[in-house]
Each structure stands twice: as structure tokens, then as C-alpha cells.
Design a binder for this molecule. Structure first.
Ligand SMILES: *[C@@H]1O[C@H](CO)[C@@H](O)[C@H](O)[C@H]1NC(C)=O
Ligand SMILES: *[C@@H]1O[C@H](CO)[C@@H](O)[C@H](O)[C@H]1NC(C)=O
Ligand SMILES: *[C@@H]1O[C@H](CO)[C@@H](O)[C@H](O)[C@H]1NC(C)=O
Ligand SMILES: *[C@@H]1O[C@H](CO)[C@@H](O)[C@H](O)[C@H]1NC(C)=O
Ligand SMILES: *[C@@H]1O[C@H](CO)[C@@H](O)[C@H](O)[C@H]1NC(C)=O
Ligand SMILES: *[C@@H]1O[C@H](CO)[C@@H](O)[C@H](O)[C@H]1NC(C)=O
Length: 428
């Protein structure tokens, strides 16, 4: 009985080895490179069982460049010996080359590599040691690939990593330790994946210095309230399953438009909040409104904005598409308001006397059942006066951050009675 087990064991081990052996791709030398300066194309190694390698001769003309770009090629495997022959490379881009596999060995000699861009390929799987030898890596771009998961330790040896871009993949989960010990990480982009949740402790090693986190167009159902403590930009738009959001972080900008949000509670210091097109949003609580500068709430179902009287630093406020907003008059305490958009109805109509109090207002957009009106204060006398031949381009320059809504008719106050027709700007 014992003997039989032993035999079984040997047999399984042998099968295992045989499979591994058969997967090792066969090395094929790249015989010539078609390059303009440091951009090479036309490499044709489409079979996964063959791996191209760069020889010393073929890389001769590339020694002076700090970056190398491969594109318009068919490379099932990332080529070998690139860095052994070109150790000076700081950046390596392999773009739209149908890349499927990336071997650990490819990064032998990559001691200066800081930027690796493998965007727009067919990478489905990465091993946990894939980038182990690229220890100086600061920026990693794997957007537009087919990744379904990330091995937990994949970034473990990359403690200089600053920017990660995994947008447009098929990621369903991110495990708790994915970013652990990455003390330099500043920006993470996970847009257009299939993420449903994020572990609460995911950024425990980045609490203080993560600048931007973006997970737009996913399937997020919730965000742990204390996942961040300090972040510049948090981008969560187009997560239709996201119904409620409670965050304690200090944030420069929160963007969560076009979600299914019903309730939002922000306890930290927030400067910019963009929540437009959350048609079910009926509750918004901001505990530190005194720091708010920008607030976009167009097309939400809010009725009260209790915090408005305290939002004294507001510069930019969009309340378009909120009907019956009884708190609108309270914005008169935002003395520095420069841009205001709202929908005019029977309730707001009684309170328009707050407008003259807003001395800095230079852009006013009023929507009502017949359309929209935009009023622009003449900031620069010379700008309109003489010819009054304002064109849409100039207007866009003047408004800077404001995107003109489609089919907007713009009437300039000075031109009342002017026979010229109103100007049409916007998307058209
Ligand atoms: C990342 O790769 C994508 C190609 O898929 C490209 O569009 C994008 O500009 C790259 N980003 C950076 C920062 O290089
Ligand atoms: C990430 O890549 C996408 C293209 O796939 C690009 O649009 C985006 O700007 C990149 N983001 C960062 C932070 O590099
Ligand atoms: C963070 O996002 C802001 C706003 O979109 C952008 O201006 C800034 O360049 C981003 N920073 C990094 C490090 O990606
Ligand atoms: C908006 O709120 C009203 C009253 O609170 C409710 O009847 C209506 O269904 C809500 N609309 C949406 C789109 O949630
Ligand atoms: C706004 O108020 C009017 C009447 O006061 C009411 O008919 C209408 O349904 C209200 N709209 C919303 C979205 O609550
Ligand atoms: C709004 O006011 C107008 C006239 O002042 C009135 O005809 C109309 O019925 C009112 N609409 C609502 C929804 O109260």
C-alpha cells in the first residue's frame, strides 16, 4: 500500500515537470530591427511558443537612447535580452503588439528602467514574480489589456513605484495586500474594470501620500468609509451600483457623477465635490462646508442643502435640474461665488434678490422650462465693446472651466436691441 502511494507521487511529479518543460518558449534571434530613431516596428513573433531575443548587433544603433518604443508589431512574448544589451533604458514602451506573456527574465539588466508601458496588448495573466527584477520601476502602464486578476505580491519588490495604470482590464477583485509596502505610490488608475468592492485596508501603507485614486466605470457597490485619510483626487464616476458613500478622508476633489447614489456623507475637509447626474441622490451631508470651493449637484433629487450658509468659500456652484430647492437663497453667504447655475421655478422665483449680493458672479446660467439663459459679466471692457463680434471660441476661453451645455443660446446683455441674432455655442 505504502509502495503504491510512493509510485503515484513520482508519477505526478514527472507529469508536472513535463508540462513545465513544454511551456518554455523557444528562443529566436531578432535578425534585424526596423527603427526610426528609438521607435521600432514590424517585429513578427506571433507564436506563444517562440520568444524573440535582442542580440548585441541588432541593438547597436539604440545605445544612445534612454527610451525604446516597439509598436505595430506582433509579439506574443515580451522579447528577451532587451535590457542586457540596452542597460541605459529608462523607458520601455511596447504598445499594441498583441503581447500575451511577460517573463520575469525579460527584465534582467533593467537597472535603470523607470517607466514601463505595455498598454493596449492581450495580457491576461501575470505571475507574482513578473516584475521582480525591475526594481527601479516608477510608472507601470498596463491599461487596455485582458487582466482578470493581479497576483497578491506582484508589486512587492517595486518600492519606488509611483504610478500604476490598469484601466480597461477585466479585474474583478483587488486583494488586500496588492499595494502593501509601496511607500511611494501616488496614483492608481483602475478605471473600466469589473471591481465590485475594495478591501478597507487596501491603502494602509499609503494613507498619507496617495494623490489620486480612480476607479470609474466599475461595479463598485461600496467604498469603505476610512479607506483613505488624505487624498487629492478620488474618481468614482459611472459606478451604477454605488448607492451610498460615506467618506472620512480629506479630499481636494471627489468625483462621483452618474452613479446610483442615494446618500452621500463627507466628514473630512473637501474642496471640490462633483455629484451631478445621480438622479436618486436625496441626502447630502458635508461636515466641513467652510472649505468647499466647487460643488456640482446638477440632476440630483436633493431638496435641502443645510450646509450651504456655511459654505462661505464657494466659487463654483451647479444646481441645475434640482427642482423646488428651497435652500437656494442661502448661497448669498458665499460672497466670492463666481459661477452659478440653477433651475428657475416657482419656489426659487421668490428669492432672486440674492443675486445682486453676489458681487463676484461672472457666469450665471439659469435653466427653466423654456430653455437656458447664460449671463456673463463683462470682465474685460475691451473684450466685447467695439465690434461685439464675440465668437464661441473666445467665449470658451473666457469661461475657462465651464463647459457650455448643448444647444445653448447666449445673449449678451449689451446687445439688447442689436439686430444680430443670438450666438449659438456648445457642442455644435
Ligand atoms: C497607457 O497606455 C495607454 C494605451 O493603452 C495610453 O493610451 C496611455 O496614454 C498610457 N498612459 C501613460 C501615462 O503612458
Ligand atoms: C491610464 O490610461 C488611460 C488609457 O487607457 C488614459 O486615458 C489615462 O489618462 C491613464 N491615466 C493615467 C493616470 O496615466
Ligand atoms: C491627479 O488628478 C488631478 C486632477 O485630475 C490631475 O491634475 C493630477 O495630474 C493627478 N496627479 C497625478 C499624480 O496623477
Ligand atoms: C425624488 O424624490 C421624490 C420625493 O422625495 C420621489 O417621489 C421620487 O421618486 C424621487 N425620484 C427619483 C428619481 O428617485
Ligand atoms: C415641485 O413643486 C411643484 C409644486 O410646488 C410640484 O408640482 C412638483 O412635483 C415638485 N417637483 C419635485 C421634483 O418635487
Ligand atoms: C407657477 O407659477 C405660474 C404663474 O405664476 C402658475 O401658472 C403655475 O401653475 C405655477 N406652477 C406650479 C407648478 O406651481
Amino acid at each position: 500500500m505504502l509502495k503504491l502511494n510512493y509510485l503515484n507521487y513520482i508519477l505526478i511529479a514527472l507529469i508536472g515537470l513535463a508540462i513545465c518543460e513544454s511551456q518554455k518558449p523557444q528562443e529566436v534571434a531578432v535578425e534585424s530591427l526596423d527603427c526610426r530613431k528609438n521607435t521600432c516596428m514590424g517585429l513578427d513573433f506571433p507564436i506563444a511558443s517562440k520568444i524573440a531575443y535582442f542580440s548585441e548587433e541588432v541593438t547597436n544603433n539604440l545605445r544612445e537612447y534612454e527610451s525604446l518604443i516597439l509598436h505595430s508589431s506582433h509579439l506574443a512574448n515580451l522579447p528577451r535580452k532587451v535590457f542586457l544589451n540596452l542597460p541605459q533604458l529608462v523607458e520601455f514602451d511596447v504598445l499594441e503588439c498583441h503581447l500575451q506573456q511577460v517573463e520575469r527574465e525579460c527584465f534582467e539588466g533593467a537597472e535603470n528602467l523607470k517607466i514601463l508601458n505595455l498598454g493596449g496588448n492581450n495580457i491576461r495573466v501575470l505571475e507574482s514574480n513578473t516584475f521582480e527584477l525591475a526594481t527601479q520601476l516608477e510608472e507601470l502602464n498596463l491599461s487596455d489589456n485582458q487582466l482578470e486578476e493581479l497576483p497578491a505580491n506582484i508589486f512587492l519588490s517595486l518600492n519606488k513605484l509611483k504610478k500604476i495604470n490598469f484601466s480597461n482590464n477585466q479585474l474583478k477583485t483587488i486583494s488586500l495586500n496588492t499595494f502593501s509596502k509601496l511607500g511611494s505610490l501616488k496614483s492608481i488608475n483602475l478605471d473600466s474594470n469589473k471591481l465590485v468592492e475594495l478591501p478597507g485596508e487596501l491603502f494602509r501603507d499609503q494613507r498619507k501620500h496617495l494623490t489620486n485614486f480612480s476607479a470609474r466605470s466599475n461595479r463598485l457597490e461600496g467604498i469603505p468609509s476610512n479607506i483613505f485619510s488624505e487624498i487629492e483626487g478620488l474618481f468614482l464616476s459611472f459606478n451604477p451600483q454605488l448607492k451610498s458613500l460615506h467618506l472620512t478622508a480629506n479630499m481636494d476633489l471627489l468625483q462621483a457623477t452618474n452613479c446610483g447614489l442615494e446618500s452621500v456623507k463627507l466628514d473630512g475637509r473637501v474642496i471640490g465635490v462633483q455629484l451631478e447626474d445621480n438622479l436618486n441622490l436625496k441626502e447630502l451631508k458635508i461636515s466641513q462646508p467652510q472649505d468647499l470651493e466647487q460643488l456640482y449637484l446638477a440632476n440630483t433629487n436633493l431638496t435641502r442643502l443645510e450646509f450651504l450658509p456655511k459654505a462661505s468659500k464657494l466659487v463654483d456652484l451647479d444646481l441645475t435640474g434640482i427642482e423646488n430647492l428651497s435652500d437656494l437663497p442661502k448661497i448669498s453667504s458665499a460672497k466670492g461665488l463666481e459661477r452659478l447655475s440653477f433651475t428657475y421655478d416657482n419656489i426659487t422665483s421668490d428669492h432672486m434678490d440674492m443675486l445682486p449680493q453676489l458681487k463676484d458672479l461672472n457666469y450665471l446660467e439659469i435653466s427653466h422650462d423654456k430653455g437656458r439663459e447664460i449671463f456673463i459679466k463683462d470682465l474685460d471692457e475691451d473684450f466685447f465693446v467695439d465690434e461685439a463680434e464675440l465668437d464661441c471660441g473666445q467665449l470658451a476661453d473666457l469661461l475657462e472651466f465651464v463647459e457650455l451645455p448643448k444647444d445653448t443660446t447666449i445673449l449678451e446683455d449689451r446687445l439688447v436691441g442689436d439686430p444680430r441674432r443670438p450666438l449659438r455655442c456648445g457642442a455644435a
